[in-house]
Design a protein around this ligand. Structure first.
Ligand code: SAH
Length: 213
């Protein structure tokens, strides 16, 4: 089956699993996941499952990404901070949904490889940082100190305080929090100077490796 048909089938699966955000579904129909997986896994690219990538990391499960993107309630004016570039697949989805994406990855070869694929696809609204994402963006360019939307794709043992600090008011932060095998998806919403957390079911991510508190 052609990749474009496989993509349509994956989108149908996401719809059946309860994803309703039309912009999110559209992004999944556009981004070629086969370019972000290892060559030996291209025939599995459109299965709704995580797959191994370099450096013992994983490309996230499409449904899990879709759930997180939906929770972010993205609009075209949003500047998004993403922690855990990984393969760059979710970065490319975000690139279709937001104004700019500032993506942080601690493993340099992953960041560089992701960037190559994303550049080849022609996206120009993504900025990359190699380093500890739990410390936030802290980069001269683009010079943002606050983000209306933040998404973390690795499991933290608690919500990183620097990310709450760098969340705009109003703003939404989505982060898996918990132990090494299973975590809960936490949505942090900031509005009128108040910070509220809600819990949204189980998930399973590779750990966020951080020196920051
Ligand atoms: N959304 C990505 C997920 C990659 S897995 C994808 O679908 O490809 C999570 C990534 O988070 C890994 O690449 C890992 O190296 C990275 N990571 C872990 N701790 C990190 C940290 N403190 N800062 C930045 N990236 C981190």
């Amino acid at each position: 089956m052609r990749y474009s048909d496989q993509r349509k089938r994956l989108v149908q699966e996401l719809v059946e699993a309860g994803i309703t955000d039309q912009n999110v579904l559209k992004a999944f129909e556009i981004v070629p996941r086969e370019l972000f997986v290892l060559p030996e896994y291209v025939s599995y690219a459109y299965r709704n499952q995580p797959l191994p990538i370099d450096s013992n990391q994983t490309i996230s499960q499409p449904l899990m990404i879709a759930i997180m993107l939906e929770k972010l309630r993205l609009n075209r004016d949003d500047i998004v901070m993403e922690i855990g570039t990984g393969s760059g697949y979710q970065t490319a989805l975000l690139s279709n949904l937001a104004k700019e994406v500032c993506s942080i990855e601690r493993i340099d070869i992953l960041s560089l490889k992701a960037r190559k694929v994303i550049d080849k696809l022609g996206y120009t609204n993504v900025f990359y940082k190699i380093g500890d994402g739990a410390a936030g963006w802290q980069k001269a360019f683009p010079p943002y100190s606050e983000f209306p939307k933040i998404i973390v794709s690795a499991a933290a043992d608690k919500v990183p305080s620097m990310l709450i600090k760098q969340l705009s008011d109003p703003g939404i932060l989505v982060v898996p929090v918990g132990g090494s095998n299973i975590q809960q998806l936490i949505v942090v919403e900031k509005s009128n100077s108040e910070v509220k957390e809600s819990v949204h079911g189980g998930c399973s991510f590779v750990p966020l490796i951080s020196e920051s508190e």
